[in-house]
Every structure is written in C-alpha cells, then in structure tokens.
Design a protein around this ligand. Structure first.
Ligand code: F6R
Length: 615
C-alpha cells in the first residue's frame, strides 16, 4: 500500500518525482523518500511524515538537475514509520537502490541467509532484504542488474512493484510487478514509472501496465525491453492511450478532495449511467451483462464480495437485487470469504465491488470464487486495475479519480450500477412490471438533479456539525434500504473525524444500543417517507424519551418528524429503492464538516490508505 514513482529522461527528476508522490499519497503517507542520481553522485533523502516534509527537507539540500531518480511514499507494514525504514533502500555496497510496494513474505529466511553471508541491515524492512539479495546474486554470478533482479524475484514469495537502479549503470532502471500495480509512461526519450498513471499524465498519454510476473528494463535513449520473469521470454507490451486529464486529479477550487468528490456526485452518476440507460426507449444496455445474460438469469445465487464502503454498497445491492430481480444475494466481507470454505458452485455469480480495483482481500476472494467455478463479475472504478483484469466480466463505474481517502462518489456510483444491472435482470426475468421498470428508469435519470438539491442544503448541515462536533459517540440508524446507509454514515464519521460511531438497523436499537442513549448522544436517523416511516417515527420517539439528540434525514415537506426531532435535513422525495443515493449525501457532508471543524486531515486520515493492497 505504498506509492512508487520513477523517472529517467531529460527533465529534472526531482520535481517530477515529488509531484508524482504527492498524487500517490492516497496509497500511504506515513513516510517518504527519494533517490536522485546525476550520473556520478547519488543523493538519498528520507523522512518520516508526508511528501511535503520530504520536499522541505530536500529543498534545503538542493539536488536539482538529476535526470534519473526513484521515490516512494509509504504505508508501513514491516517496521514503524521512521527515516531509516523509509524507502529507497540501498544494498550494502551502496550501489543498488530500490523502492518497493508490496510485501516479501519469506524475507526472514532470506535475511538470515544473507546475514550468514556477511550482510548487515540498517532497517527492519523486507525491502532492504530484497535489495541485498539482488546484490548478492549480482556479485556471486557477475550478472547484469536485470538478470540479478529476475533471479531474485524468482526466489521471493509475496507481492511487489519495484523500481531499482545500479549506480554503476546510470542509464537504466529495472521495474517488475507481482500483485501490486505498476504503470510505465512512455514519452519521447523519457520514461516515467508509477503505481498509477496520475504522476505522468501531463507528460504523456502512452502507458504500459505491467501484468503480474512481468518486468521491464528501461534504458535512456533506447527502447524498453519487456520480459516475463518466470519463463524468461521477451514480449511486446500493449501501449494504452490514457483518457485521464490533469483537472480530474486536482482540487478544482475546493478545500479538500473529499468535498470536491461529494459535489461531483451528480456528474459521476450521470457518467455511470451514460450510454447504458435510454429512458425514452425504455432500454438498459451494458455489454458486460448482455454478453453473459444467460449466466445471470440462471444463477442460483449472487454473492457480493467487497470491503469497507464497497461492502456497504453491496448491502444496498442485496436489497435492490432481491426486490427487483428476485435473485438471492449474500454479501460477504472479502477478508472473511477468502479464509472460510464458502459454498460456491459454478451455478453462482460472484460480484466483486471495489473502487480502487486493488484491494488485496477482494482480489483473493475473486481467485477463490474462480477456483470454485463461479462466474465473477467486477464493479470497479479504476480502469485497468487488478480486479478489473482478474474478473470474468465487469463494468466500470466511471466516477473519475477518487482521491480523498474516505469514499464518497464511489459509493453512490456503485449503487447506481447495481441498480442498473438489477433492473436489466428484472426486465429479462419478468420480475418487474413495465410500469415500475419505466418508473425506476425515469427516477434514476432524475437522481443527479435531486442530489444537486441536497447539496444546496449544505450550510444547514454545517450548522449541525458545529453543534455536535465535540460529541464522543454517534449512533446512525436506518431501516430497509437505508440500513446500509446508516453503516456507511458511521464509517464516514469514524474514519475522518476519529469520533466513535456505530450504525444499526433502527429496530435493533432496543436490543442493546438504547442503553447508550442519554442527553449527550447524537443520533442520526434516516426517516424518509417511503420505507417503514411510521416504525421509524416510533424509534425516534423512543430516543427522545431517553433524551437523545436526534438529527433526522427526512423527505421534503415532512411535518411529523420535524415536530419531534432536534434537527432535520431534507432530501427530495424518491422511492425507497433509490433513496440511499440521496440520504447518504447529508451524512457525507456532516462527517466532512465535523472533521474540518476538528481540524483533522480530511483527505488523508491517520492510519488509513486509499488502496488497501495488503491483507
Ligand atoms: C471508506 C473506504 C474504505 C474502502 C475499502 C475498500 O471510506 O474508503 O472502507 O471502501 O478499503 O476499497 P475498494 O473499494 O478500493 O476495494
């Protein structure tokens, strides 16, 4: 879960790498480092903290002008975040320099072997073991660096995306990948290396995404050579044309990426259904589903595997699929699914949901499902990601880059996509009337403008945030389709404001959580018009009799809840099925404003990373 960047070419490597690392901080941000080489001298600067700390440190030292370099932003796995454990790591001779995203699982055995052979280690990392293994192989067999890297990678178990160079051969960087992503930007007489394409989009739109067990030898003023690590065969890479642009990865005038992404949701949802939904013709068309429609229709059950927010979207999907298409759905945490013995057969469909498409547990769950013969369908946001490649078929949410660590537009676009798929299957199965089908198509098309309206109520949410920002605990309650939204609301608050919060189905409150309620407990309740409204009103009464503070999300024009709640936030009227797309918005805003008022780092909350590539 780290970010790596490298450059070889005619520009100033330092500025390219530092800017690139900043764009990759979503992958980890507890320490950072850079190695710059001007052909004679190597400068390595490392620091605990963020890329901005590295920038300050390096600017005091002035290493401008190097045209080869590698850099790293870290999310610690082996060894605490400190200067020494930060990457890049050097071999004992100081000649080989390496950055690594991933985990070398058998590092301890290799380390013992290397210590017996006279090597010493400064850090606690698995990466320092790998760089010394490469040096040991290079020296003992008198190999070129590329060959030594290849032999070493055949000895390690685990995951890696690495970039490595040898100060004795200043015009060459070797990169390799297994399990962690690695993109190579191909420019004119220059190459960029990165965990994703964002560090190099302003320089080139030609990218090669290495597949697992592939490596490349990148040399200045020459063609790169691509090789399979295991079979040792050369291959011609597929050069992808990138569609990403620089505006998409900048804040665009917002204070934080999270706020920008919350406000982007109307557009993101349109981008999700564009080309897939034709309301006039009453049609839904999705290549990934059409090509496998028989499989979907004959499926005995659907199992959703996902983590975190994507798991919450899967839960909403369960309600949607079962209601519309009458297919039984189970939603599993990918991390649990992968380590139990799930009953999955070739008659099953597994839907894997992931914004990043890189979540290690979800990837492992997919592999297990495939082993059982299930057909695996992926719902991802990041184009070309590992999950999108590993699944049998799938669809992209097209939400655009999500950079804030707390997921917002990923959630609503995942729900949108699940709704479209469920409607398509319901139509094919005949489990929905033509009137309802048409009604949902029209309603889905109108959701973005309804979200715009919710976003306009933003100042009201900020006022509520000011009142409750110092609470120690929050409860979030919802029923039916909005129960997963309550879970998601609580997760959003926890992760960016560090306030303890729990989500519950509203009726479960009396089986335990009600004991927590007193005058200091704010409770966010989703009480929209359709979906057990009267029952929810009773739940609110129960809270008020125990002096809890109630913040309700209600349908425009509601009068009954307004009478009893402490605060209400209105959302436009919608069917219960589509209401999560609206009710989730005030919850995202509430968490955002509380975190800002508490002066927390909204886009990069502590201990988290955007892409969880370790299990
Ligand atoms: C919460 C959040 C995480 C992710 C989870 C899965 O705001 O962002 O809970 O949802 O790590 O990530 P993806 O969707 O990339 O698989």
């Amino acid at each position: 879960m780290c970010g790596i960047v490298g450059y070889i070419g005619h520009r100033d490597a330092q500025s390219i790498i530092l800017k690139g690392l900043q764009r990759l901080e979503y992958r980890g941000y507890d320490s950072a480092g850079i190695a710059l080489f001007d052909g004679k001298n190597i400068n390595i600067t490392k620091t605990k903290g963020k890329v901005s700390d590295l920038d300050n440190k390096i600017n005091n030292l002035k290493f401008r002008g190097s045209q080869i370099g590698i850099g790293h932003t870290r999310w610690a796995t082996h060894g605490i975040p400190n200067d020494v454990n930060s990457h890049p790591h050097c071999s004992n001779s100081g000649e080989i320099v390496l950055i690594h995203n991933g985990i070398i699982e058998n590092y301890a055995a290799i380390k013992t072997e290397l210590i017996n052979r006279g090597y010493s280690f400064k850090s606690e990392t698995d990466t320092e073991v790998l760089v010394n293994l490469i040096e040991d192989i290079q020296k003992s067999g008198n190999y070129m660096l590329g060959k030594a890297v290849q032999i070493a990678l055949n000895q390690v178990v685990g995951a890696y995306a690495i970039a490595v160079f040898d100060t004795k051969k200043p015009n060459e960087i070797i990169v390799a990948k297994l399990g962690s992503p690695l993109a190579i930007g191909v420019g004119k007489d220059e190459f960029f290396i990165a965990s994703d394409a964002s560090p190099f989009i302003e320089y080139t739109n030609n990218a090669v995404y290495l597949e697992d067990e592939e490596m490349a030898i990148i040399r200045l003023h020459k063609e790169a050579r691509y090789r399979k690590i295991k079979s040792d065969t050369l291959f011609d890479p597929y050069i992808q044309k990138l569609k990403l642009n620089i505006e998409q990865i900048e804040k665009g005038g917002y204070d934080h990426f999270m706020l920008k992404e919350i406000f982007e949701q109307p557009k993101a949802i349109v981008d999700t259904y564009r080309g897939r939904l034709s309301v006039n013709q009453g049609l839904i068309k999705m290549a990934g589903v059409e090509d496998y429609i028989e499989k979907f229709l004959s499926a005995e059950k659907i199992t959703v595997v996902a983590c975190g927010t994507s798991w919450h979207a899967g839960l909403v999907g369960e309600y949607i699929f079962e209601t519309l298409a009458r297919i039984p759905v189970e939603v599993e945490y990918a991390s649990e699914f992968r380590y139990r013995d799930p009953i999955i057969t070739k008659k099953d469909i597994v839907i894997a949901i992931s914004q990043s498409g890189e979540t290690a547990d979800t990837l492992a769950a997919i592999k297990l499902a495939k082993k059982h013969g299930a057909f695996v369908f992926g719902i991802c946001n990041v184009v070309g990601s590992s999950i999108s490649r590993e699944t049998d078929a799938g669809a992209y949410t097209h939400a655009g880059p999500e950079i804030g660590v707390a997921s917002t537009k990923a959630f609503t676009t995942q729900i949108t996509l699940l709704t479209i798929i469920a409607l398509r299957l319901a139509k094919a199965k005949g489990t929905i009337s033509q009137t309802n089908y048409k009604k949902y198509l029209v309603e889905l098309e109108n959701i973005p403008s309804k979200i715009e309206k919710v976003l306009e109520a933003n100042p009201g949410v900020e006022k509520i945030a000011k009142i409750y920002k110092d609470a120690s605990n929050f409860l979030y309650l919802g029923r039916g389709f909005n129960f997963p939204v309550a879970l998601e609301g609580a997760l959003k608050l926890k992760e960016i404001s560090y306030i303890h919060a729990e989500g519950y189905p509203a009726a479960e409150m009396k089986h335990g959580p009600i004991a927590l309620i007193d005058e200091n407990m704010p409770i966010v309740v989703i009480a929209t018009k359709y979906g057990h409204y009267e029952k929810i009103v009773s739940n609110i009464q129960e809270i008020k009799s125990r002096k809890g503070k109630v913040i309700c999300i209600v349908t425009e024009g509601d009068t009954q809840v307004k009478e009893i709640a402490d605060h209400v936030i209105e959302v436009p009227l919608s069917s219960e099925l589509l209401s999560p797309l609206l009710t989730t918005i005030p919850m995202q805003l509430l968490s955002y404003y509380i975190a800002v008022l508490l002066d927390k780092n909204v886009d990069q909350p502590r201990n988290l990373a955007k892409s969880v590539t370790v299990e």
